[in-house]
Design a protein around this ligand. Structure first.
Ligand code: MG
Length: 335
């Protein structure tokens, strides 16, 4: 979905990210979005509030107190999942299309927040009487009251808003990468695969420990973030990389993506081999990989396949792995 956010919407997202960064919070939640949306006096949100007889500045003050109370006691502030802001921005995009607009406005985001009844921001909006229905009704009147010439123009966002992955929600907040690796079997165990050591009399030959799953995953993550590949990060001619643990390489790939503003959401791996059954090792592999990836174990999928006896895999000469990784925009500087 190619959707543009107007200048006010981008400014609100930028301000929301600043709220997160200044408070050292880990994720961008609904309350940060609300704070970002309420900081511009002449925005569509402020005008809609005026139409409905509510002071946007008063709501802003109350949102700040929610944040304080929530941090102290946890009684007011709902703990929210990292993807909630993304959901709200996507819903705002749909709202803009439904009303026939060519850009997503700050008011579209505000209405999406008012629709979402499981958030702290929503609880506050309901308390002051700002429901999605009322805001939608006020939308036309707010547009009629437009005085700011830049309100509907998408080309006046600040440089930081344009460059941040979250503000790039106008294009995408999710990336997919693919990785592939193969290694030849050699004599002598153990066999390191999926971050675990499997006892036996063969191993995967390689400059590092030969963990083809970890290598394919590293390339999938670097690929999703468009940050090069594992060979570039860890040259196989560099003695420093001899025997290097592949989980360490995987974690380094995750850190590189993270530094560029991306975090891993989930991965899926296919291992093609006739020489080893994956199922008995799946749980241990998923646990080891989840640690390096920084995700829940349930976000790691590993599947084994044979090659029906065909070719080099069929002859048991080696193993091939394919991996797909999904990355989502992370808040810059978050732990
Ligand atoms: Mg490799």
């Amino acid at each position: 979905m190619a959707v543009r956010f107007d200048a006010a919407a981008r400014r609100a997202i930028d301000l929301a990210m600043t709220e997160v960064e200044n408070r050292n919070h880990a994720t961008l939640d609904s309350i940060h979005l609300l704070l970002g949306l309420l900081q511009t006096p002449d925005s569509a949100v402020a005008r809609a509030c005026t139409v409905l007889g509510v002071s946007s500045q008063a709501v802003h003050q109350e949102a700040l107190s929610y944040l304080k109370v929530g941090q102290g006691s946890g009684s007011m502030l709902t703990v929210e999942i990292a993807g909630i802001a993304e959901d709200i921005l996507q819903r705002a995009s749909i709202l803009s299309i439904e009303r026939g607009g060519d850009v997503v406005t700050d008011l579209d985001i505000f209405i999406a927040l008012a629709e979402r009844d499981d958030t702290s921001a929503n609880r506050l909006l309901r308390k002051v009487g700002l429901t999605a229905a009322k805001l939608t009704g006020a939308q036309t009147a707010a547009a009629l009251l437009t005085t700011a010439p830049s309100a509907g123009r998408p080309d006046q966002a600040s440089a930081s808003a344009r460059n941040s992955p979250m503000a790039a929600a106008s294009i995408t907040t999710t990336r997919v990468g693919i990785g592939y690796d193969s290694h030849r079997f050699a004599e002598g165990g153990p066999l390191v695969l999926g971050g675990i050591a499997i006892p036996g009399d063969t191993h995967l030959a390689g400059h590092s420990d030969g963990d083809a799953i970890a290598h394919a995953l590293t390339d999938a993550i670097l690929g999703a973030a468009a940050l090069g590949d594992i060979g570039e990060m860890f040259s196989d001619t560099d003695p420093a990389n001899r025997g290097r643990h592949s989980l360490e390489m995987l974690a380094a790939g995750v850190a590189r993506a993270r530094a560029a503003g991306w975090m891993v959401q989930q991965v899926d791996v296919v291992v093609v081999t006739e020489a080893l059954r994956i199922a008995p090792h799946r749980a241990a592999m998923a646990a080891a990989l989840a640690g390096a990836l920084g995700v829940e174990i349930s976000a790691v999928s590993i599947k084994g396949k044979t090659n029906e006896g065909m070719g080099w895999i069929g002859r048991g000469e080696g193993i091939a792995c394919m991996a797909v990784a999904t990355l989502v925009a992370a808040v810059r500087g978050a732990a």
